[in-house]
Structure formats: C-alpha cells, structure tokens
Design a protein around this ligand. Structure first.
Ligand code: NDP
Length: 247
C-alpha cells in the first residue's frame, strides 16, 4: 500500500457501487481511513470486509443523502469514529434521462434531491471540519455539466447546478486552504443507467454505449486520487475525462 494519504480520513457518498466504490478503494489503498456511505448497507459491508482484509480502516454509514438530518448525523459519526475528516467525495447520484414533455416529474424530484440537495447538504455538514483541516471536497459532476444532450434536460440541470455551486464554494473557501475539485466524467460503465424509468431513453443510451469503449470506474478513481494527492498549495479545480470513442 502507498501511504500518501496516511493519517487522512475520507467520506465517500454512494460508495456501494460504480465510481464511489472504486474511489473508496483507491483512497484506502493510498492509506486513508474511509467512511463509506449509501443506502444499500450490504454493498458497503462487503466493501468494508474487502478493504479491511487488505489492512484498511473502513466505517460503514447507512445514509440517504436527501435526508438533511441523516447527513449531519453521518458526518458527525465519521468524525467521531475516525477522528477527523479531510476529504469529502460527493458521488451519490441518479441519472433518470427522458424528455421534458410528458415527463414523470417524480424523476425530477429524485434527481434534484439527490444530485443537488444531497450534495449541498453533505458539503454544508462537512464544511466546518474541512475548513479546520484545510481539506478537499471532490464533486463528481459530469460531462452533463458541460455538454447538453436532447432527452437529458433535468440531469443536465442538476450537474450545471453542481458546477455553479462548486465554483461559488471555491471562491468562499480557497483562501482558507480548502480545495474544491470538480470531476466531469463522460460515459462510465456502471449501474447508473439501469435506473432510468423512461424506456425509450434507456434503450437509446444502451445502444449508444454499446458502440464505444466506456470509461471504467477505476479511471475516475485515479482522477480523484490525482487531485487529492496534489500538494496543498495546488488545487486541481476541474477534470473533464471522456472515453476516447465518445465524440
Ligand atoms: P452507480 O449507480 O453505480 O452509483 C450511484 C451511487 O449513488 C450508488 O452507489 C447509490 O447507492 C448512491 N445513491 C443514489 N441515491 C442515493 C441517496 N439518496 N443517498 C445515498 N446514496 C445514493 O453510478 P455511478 O457510479 O456511475 O454514479 C456515481 C456518480 O457519477 C453520480 O453522481 C453520476 O451522476 C456520476 N456520473 C456517472 C457517469 C456514468 O456514465 N456512469 C458519467 C458522469 C457522472 P445506494 O443505492 O446504495 O444508495
């Protein structure tokens, strides 16, 4: 194990699958103690067992990021149990693609509550501790914050919100030594698209991604690790990473 994050504590939301899981693994491999949060505790416990078998320190936190009280309790629990908090990775998210016309607006509420409010609640709850420790906040945004596609208006809106919020936050905290990093992945091979409720959109994206070599969660985890292990005086503000085959 490399030890570049030895003594550091990280909290990763949505760590039970995909990018969050790979990121928790990468941070633990670099020596950080990691609090892994999400709703599916069985997935998190499996990850904890795997990382602890390799010598890591892992705390499982059952958490729905849309519940502000629960977010506060999870952050407190991470700090109390692991001693401090240096790195927050706001990764939990949903991508429920579909046209605006005739949309099931419960999809919109779920995405706004998770991708925007959940990310902001977690940032808000962790910020005092991150300011105290001159920590790093990593937002898993998306290519959808930079490139708008037909049938993706509300997902685009959530990720534009993430980038706007993060730039405002950066200006507020950077001179106090807190680093705000925005990662914008293109297509990554994960469970994300399995949750789409609009059948034609789900079929269309499946057809699109079948033609390309998708990014893997480990590619994004490597980008997160690069940003959080930069020297304290350097902030990697933004990483936009697309599959080579994604035009
Ligand atoms: P996954 O579906 O594998 O991961 C999403 C994670 O978010 C799950 O582990 C899920 O865990 C968690 N989650 C969802 N809702 C909540 C909630 N209310 N509270 C807590 N956790 C929640 O997909 P990805 O790994 O791809 O997605 C991770 C992030 O990456 C998302 O923000 C997504 O927008 C972003 N992204 C993904 C891309 C891709 O192509 N895959 C491209 C660009 C960005 P659980 O259900 O257990 O709570």
């Amino acid at each position: 194990m490399s030890s570049s994050l030895e003594g550091h504590v990280a909290l990763v939301t949505g760590a039970g699958s995909g990018i969050g899981r790979a990121t928790a693994r990468a941070l633990a491999s670099a020596g950080a103690s990691v609090a892994v949060a999400g709703r599916r505790v069985d997935r998190l416990e499996e990850l904890r067992d795997e990382l602890e078998a390799e010598g890591g320190t892992v705390l499982v936190l059952e958490l729905d990021v849309t519940d502000e009280q629960a977010v506060g309790a999870a952050v407190r629990s991470a700090v109390e149990t692991l001693g401090r908090l240096d790195i927050l990775v706001n990764n939990a998210g949903l991508m429920l693609l579909g046209p605006v016309e005739n949309a099931d607006t419960t999809d919109w509420t779920r995405m706004m509550d998770t991708n925007v409010m959940g990310l902001m609640y977690t940032t808000h709850a962790a910020l005092p501790e991150l300011i105290r420790n001159q920590g790093t906040i990593v937002q898993i945004s998306s290519i959808a914050a930079r490139v708008v596609g037909r049938g993706s208006a509300v997902y685009n809106a959530t990720k534009f919100a993430v980038n706007g919020f993060s730039e405002g936050l950066r200006q507020e905290v950077t001179e106090r030594g807190v680093r705000v990093v925005v990662i914008e992945p293109g297509t990554v091979e994960t469970e994300l698209r399995e949750h789409i409720t609009h059948a034609p959109s789900k079929a269309a994206i499946a057809e699109r991604v079948a033609k390309i070599r998708q990014l893997q969660s480990e590619d994004i985890a490597a980008a997160v690790l690069y940003a959080v292990t930069a020297p304290p005086h350097a902030t990697v503000n933004e990483i936009f990473i697309r599959p080579t085959d994604q035009a």
